[in-house]
Ligand binder design. Structure first.
Ligand code: 48F
Length: 262
């Protein structure tokens, strides 16, 4: 097979990348919602918000999205959700089956579920800034009003080598979806503005319900979702099951929409 690609020079390709990135970046320097962390809870929150026409940006420190959702647990790529979270797998078009020995426990292929969630979030219109790490939060009159970010490559280097100031992005609401780290919450704790309770020991049956229940505004302007909820409120950990991550993300989107309406 022979293929003739349409002509474009090296400089035109570079200009296309720089121009499009700069245009989108400038547009999202000010936005309605910023989600820090592109794991299952952050992606789900982004999908919920973008599908309701909210202007939303997801900041992710890795080049890939998905967080812990690519694997089910212990390097094994079958993921589990418990009822009623299979409704979200239906929403995403993820095939699954009920585990033969436990009613209401469902299994899906993690790579397929993760790819579908990422696609659904992007298709809904959420914009992504990957290879970007949270450096700090913007705080105006005791309300979180945005984030301070740097390229992950810069943040990863010692300051003596890469003394590069970060930049700030403003938003009406910030969602901390950084998983066990609860990185945005941690920035407020470092200033003595609140105290994270830290994660409790494993108790899956209690934990999933509690994570969804506690998904809320943890500090003015800052909503927590996913495992950041556990770390913030001191809930038990849940291990390798993902229903609460998906449902917490959806709820975080709904809480943000309520905040935007006020
Ligand atoms: O860890 P992660 O998947 O968090 P989640 O959405 O889901 C937790 C589950 O994967 C699993 C579990 C329950 O089933 O225990 O662990 O709560 O995704 C968090 C994302 O945030 C990014 C990180 O790379 C990952 O993709 N992240 C973390 N810290 C930062 C960050 C940061 N400082 N800046 C930018 N992104």
């Amino acid at each position: 097979m022979t293929v003739e690609f349409s002509p474009a020079s090296e400089s035109q390709i570079t200009r296309a990348i720089v121009g499009e990135f700069a245009k989108e970046f400038e547009n999202y320097v000010e936005t309605e919602v910023i989600i820090v962390g592109g794991g299952p809870s952050g992606l789900m929150a982004g999908k919920e918000l973008a599908s309701k026409s909210v202007k939303v940006l997801i900041i992710e420190r890795n080049n890939y999205l998905g967080g812990g959702f690519w694997l089910g647990g212990f390097l094994m790529n079958k993921l589990t959700v418990r009822s009623p979270a299979e409704s979200i797998l239906d929403e995403l078009g993820v095939p699954y089956k009920e585990y033969s020995e436990v009613k209401g426990l469902y299994i899906a292929d993690a790579p397929q579920a993760c790819a579908k969630l990422i696609a659904a979030t992007c298709d809904a219109g959420a914009k992504i800034l990957n290879m970007t790490s949270l450096d700090d939060v913007v705080l105006h009159d005791e309300k979180v009003s945005g984030v301070v970010v740097n390229w992950t490559a810069v943040s990863a280097l010692p300051r003596e080598i890469a003394c590069v100031d970060p930049v700030s992005l403003e938003s009406k609401v910030v969602i901390d979806a950084t998983g066990h780290d609860a990185s945005a919450v941690k920035k407020l704790e470092e200033r003595g503005l609140l105290k994270r309770k830290g994660q409790g020991a494993m108790w899956v049956e209690k934990s999933e319900n509690l994570v969804v229940e506690h998904t809320s505004e943890f500090y003015p302007g800052l909503i927590v979702t996913g495992m950041a909820v556990s770390a913030a409120y001191g809930l038990p950990r849940m291990g390798p099951t993902f229903g609460a991550m998906l449902m917490s993300g959806k709820k975080a989107g709904e809480v943000a929409i309520e905040k935007l309406r006020v």
